[in-house]
Structure formats: structure tokens, C-alpha cells
Design a binder for this molecule. Sequence first.
Ligand code: NOS
Length: 349
Amino acid sequence: MCFTYKGRKSAKMLTRQILELIELHVHLDGAIRVQTILDVAKRRGISLPATTAEELKEKIIIHEPATLTKFLEKFEEYMHVIAGDKDAIKRIAYEFVEDKAKEGVIYVEVRYSPHFLADCDVGKPIPWNQTEGDLSPDEVVRLVNEGLREGERAFNIKARSILCCMRHMPSWSIEVVELCKKYRNDGVVAIDLAGDESMNLEANPEHRTAYEEAVRCGIHRTVHAGEAVEVLKAERVGHGYNTLQDPALYRKLLEQNMHFEMCPVSSKLTGACDSDFTQHPIITFRKDKANYSLNTDDPLIFNSNLLLDYSVVHQHMGFTEEEFKRLTKTQDGRSVLVERKEKNDKSSK
Ligand SMILES: O=c1[nH]cnc2c1ncn2[C@@H]1O[C@H](CO)[C@@H](O)[C@H]1O
């Protein structure tokens, strides 16, 4: 996919004018630089099915609409290179902040599963067929925090993080909420539930228990599951396009001013939405003046950046400068979650 400027003012110009972009839904492990994967593989002596950045990109990138399951399999191409390696984990966090600053982002919340990057204290089998090492999920969070903090200082933007529970690993969820509690004063702003959405939530009460603990402790909550927003007491929803299929739920969420984390390019390539952008649910969300943001989700796998997402809605969905301004103004360049937290903190003083 490439940018095409068809006479109208380009999205690049529009976003430059706004300047202060925010991003609330992006996966750290879906936003790694290809060159970093190659460098780390070389240093660790891990063989990859590609030797150049171009070859590796071809293995990782999705060009045509696929399914969520096919998309999730892409992580298997490279996660074994990064997981379990302390330097690599800190490096991807630092480089992530640099990349976002270059895109014009001033505030970003980046999410990841601490367990997916660890190689001990994760039960068996260890993710990505790793042999057991000494990097725990707790240590992963500490390293990501360090990388983000150093990135913030170097590139002068704000970077916060969200820790993900994974649908297929309910046994991790309570540990995830404990990590959110432990690191809440070190940039961790919320809990999420990610992974294969076809897996039934009700069958795994551990996720619900973790979210109840999050509510009890004032940990903010977002979730990749429109249908479970109420069950999990979420404050934001990742994607959430399917809520349009349930008009009563959609109306209720609009009334609550629920925040929808929309990812236009991702929604096409993961098969979440029809590939015809002119029929995209985002058009309805905009018409209804819903509270939503535009995000990349996994720019490594979609070969994208935030500008491409803005460009897509500008070119194919008729989004204007005014709407872009509304998006950034609504949140005042900062996270809905952080704003709420600050309000809560003030009222509890
Ligand atoms: O769009 C998505 N929907 C659901 N799960 C996702 C998506 N993108 C990434 N992940 C999953 O979240 C994990 C932690 O970052 C990733 O490893 C991937 O498995």
C-alpha cells in the first residue's frame, strides 16, 4: 500500500498541521524494526529464514486481507529472536519511542504481553519454543519501562504502557494485573486482553477475575472484545467494529462515551472488516460523533505507520482536517485513561 495524493490536501499535510498526534492502540511486539530483528538474531546466533531486511519483510508483512488467526501466526516468524533477551527488549522499547516521535506522535500508549517476551516463570511450554532462561515477565516490564523512559528523554514525547492478558493463556491474567499494580507508578497505565478473539471468554473465568481485581485497584481497562466490554468493565475497546451489529449495545456505548481504538489498515488486513474502505464501520462511528482514536495496531506486520492510517481515512472515507482536529482535541493530545486517572487522583486528595 502506498500514499497517493489525488489533488486534495494530503493526509501528510493535514497531520503535519495538527502536529500533535496521539496513539492509543499499538502492540510493541508488532512494531519492531526489521533491522533490529536481524541484528539481534546475528548477535544471538539464531538462524532466520532470511538474511536481508527486504527478505525478512517479505516473510513478515501481510499484503492482502487475511484472518486474525493467520495474522497472529506472523509473530512466530520473529518473536523467538527478541523474547528472552534483555538488551533486545530494552532496545525495541527505546526504538519504538524514536519511531513514534518521528511520526509526529506526542503521546503514545504501547501494549504487549510480558509473558510473551519472557523465558522463565511462564509455565510450560515456554512461548516461541524457547529453552528456559532467567528473564521473568516482571523483569520484562522493568526493561520495557527503562527503554520507554530513555526514549522519552531522548525524543521528548510521552510513552506509557498497557499490559496484555492473552485469551489462550488465562493462567497468566492474574499475574498481568499484579504487574499493572506493581508498575502503575512507572508508566503502566492499563490492562488489556488480546489474542484470538474466537476463543470464548466465558470458558475462562480467570480473565474476568483479573479484570475484577483491576476494577478493585483502580487499574484502567481496555479490551480487544466489543462483546465483553460490559462483562469486563472496560473503559475502552480495541477495534470494536462488531458492536455495530448489536444496535442496543452500540447505542449504550455511545451514551457512555466509550472510547473505540480504531485501526483502519489493520481492520482490512486482519479481515476484521470488509476490504472496501468506503463501507468501513469507522464512517458510522464518525457520523455518530463517537469517541474514538486512529491507530496502527501492528505496523511491522502491516508495513504501515500512523500517517498511513490517517491517509486511508482521508482518501477513502472522506475524513477532513476538521475531523482530525476533533480527534486530537477530544483527548487534548493525551490519553483518555490518563485524564481520568488524574481526575480521580485529584478527587481522592
Ligand atoms: O489486532 C490484534 N487483535 C488481537 N490480538 C493482537 C492484535 N495485534 C496483536 N495481538 C496480540 O497481542 C500480543 C501482545 O502484544 C501479540 O503478541 C499478539 O499475539
